[in-house]
Design a binder for this molecule. Structure first.
Ligand code: SAH
Length: 498
């Protein structure tokens, strides 16, 4: 029977959807419930009902699941950022592991070796690598700026599937220094009557505050995304931010944090000695768009980038370039990619979708030559600079779509720019089929596929398996605790290789 909108139903949560939402059934009708955990018995209010499924919200927890925990954030229920804060971390890991495995089995048609089955040709599914401290891990934040119902300037987070700002200056998965930065920017805006951007009317100035914090270096960059090219009293703001970051003492802002959160903040700070503001810059975005960043960066004070390390490779990171958001787990993931690449020092490696060259440079030290390809020109600029700053001479980078650049370069070079190993790390939509076809034509011995979406990974693995490659092993890595996302590194080899 189809329940009506606003009807109350009592259901047991028996499954989790791909977005992390709980799934329960009322008289055979499927309901998706945000924040509900497998094993919960809840009273739910129906928000929307289609023919065979609908959405509901928790009204009351009748019997909590054994995996249910108290969320660390007070706004966890409303904020769209974390989907899994109500689930214990071990249960999150188990769910992510299952999600990756099931995608590869169902979509990819993969048949994994069973536990304990070692003498086999079947691929191995390795247990997920999680974090010891699953909070305060992010090095990048983007806070929308707006007004609360009293007209006060606030920062916060978007509610799920909406652009309503839930006011908040703290976030359990981010660096605590952001709290001070948001406060200073809001105060500055109030003082100089600087209006936040209003999406409805396309008026106002400040759209977002973006911050980057180097986990190993403690360097902080603040970038204001503006519907304009300048902000009043920018140099005053820079000075205030510099002082505030310097004065920021963990103890002062930790009073209200839970013990778990304090421990995680301590553990995930890396080796940073102290925090220092490296720069304040502006990003111009005058478009009516949901895309946060515009193309132009205007320096105001200091540098327009920070430096950070992954292992012993240092990176220059600017606001426009992609950089992995969880430095601790990035190292774990890249070490897996390196291990799967099986380098001896004689290999030519192509790193496709290379961003600022993070994986390329991580591999370059163990390879003969690395070629990186990336579509964002700024990121390639950073990649080149990163190679120079690390004294790496065997890495070369090209701007363009991987599906265009790879076949073009291969053809142009008469085959000399061949590949022993190809690493791909595409965005969620996975690899273009034309690219996979070129990979197959180039016949690398190994393909290392790093993926942030198990469904498109599985689709692409199926393609490669249908074209002369076989999956050897799959390794999920939890880069994004508390959220629905999971990263996976897989190794495929050419059929005739071991
Ligand atoms: N390997 C990098 C970046 C991975 S994110 C790292 O680990 O840091 C995926 C990257 O692919 C982004 O930098 C994005 O700009 C780039 N990208 C998206 N589509 C692309 C395409 N068609 N060709 C090349 N790069 C692309």
């Amino acid at each position: 029977m189809v329940p009506k909108k606003n009807e109350l139903v009592t259901i047991e949560i028996t499954d989790i959807g791909s977005g992390g939402e709980g799934i329960g059934r009322a008289d055979g009708f499927t309901l998706f419930v945000k924040g509900a955990v497998v094993g919960d018995v809840i009273e739910a209010k129906v928000l929307k009902a289609k023919k065979t499924y609908g959405y509901a919200k928790i009204e009351k927890i009748v019997r909590p699941s054994e995996h249910r925990v108290e969320p660390v954030c007070p706004v966890a229920g409303r904020c769209g950022g974390c989907q899994l804060q109500s689930m214990s971390y071990p249960a999150q890991l188990a769910w992510k592991e299952r999600k990756v495995r099931e995608c590869l089995e169902r979509i990819g048609g993969v048949e994994f070796a069973q536990d304990g089955e070692s003498e086999t040709d079947k691929p191995h599914f390795l247990p997920i690598l999680g974090m010891e401290d699953s909070l305060a891990y992010r090095n990048k934040a983007q806070f929308p700026v707006g007004r609360d119902k009293n007209g006060k300037i606030v920062t916060g987070f978007y509610a799920g599937h909406s652009h309503a700002i839930i006011p908040s200056t703290t976030c359990a998965i981010q660096a605590p220094v952001n709290e001070v930065i948001c406060k200073i920017v809001c105060e500055h805006m109030e003082q100089y009557k600087i209006a936040p951007y209003d999406e409805e009317t396309h008026t106002g100035l400040v759209r977002h505050i973006l911050t980057r914090v180097g986990a190993a270096t403690g360097e902080v960059l603040v970038c204001l995304i503006l519907n304009g090219k300048s902000i009043p009293k920018a140099e005053v703001l820079a000075e205030r931010l510099e002082k505030a970051v310097e004065a920021f003492s963990v103890a002062k802002t930790e009073n209200e944090a839970s013990e778990d959160l304090k421990d995680a903040r301590e553990a995930n700070r890396g080796e940073m000695a102290g925090l220092v503001l490296k720069g304040l810059c502006l990003n111009v975005n005058k478009e009516k768009t949901n895309v946060i960043l515009g193309r132009e960066i205007i320096p105001v004070w200091g540098d327009t980038y920070i430096t950070d390390y992954i292992g012993d490779v240092s990176f220059r990171i600017s606001p426009l370039s992609f950089y992995q958001v969880n430095p601790k787990q990035t190292k774990v993931l890249y070490e897996k990619a390196l291990e799967f690449a099986g380098l001896t020092g004689n290999e030519i490696v192509w790193d496709l979708y290379c961003g600022i060259g993070t994986i390329s440079l991580f591999l370059a030290k163990k390879a003969k030559q690395v070629y990186g390809v990336e579509i964002v020109p700024q990121a390639i600029e950073d990649a080149k600079q990163n190679a120079i700053r690390n004294g790496i001479e065997n890495a070369e980078f090209f701007v363009g779509a991987a599906e265009d650049v790879l076949p073009a370069k291969y053809k142009e070079s008469g085959g000399s720019m061949r590949a022993d190993v190809i690493v791909v790390d595409p965005p969620r939509k996975g690899c273009d089929e034309a690219l996979l076809q070129t990979v197959v034509n180039m016949e690398p011995k190994r393909v290392v596929y790093v993926s942030c979406d198990p469904a498109t990974l599985a689709r692409d693995v199926k393609y490669l398996e249908g074209n002369g490659y076989r999956l050897v092993k799959a390794q999920p890595v939890d880069m994004f605790p508390m959220t629905e996302h999971v990263e996976t590194c897989v190794l495929l080899t050419k059929n005739f290789c071991n």
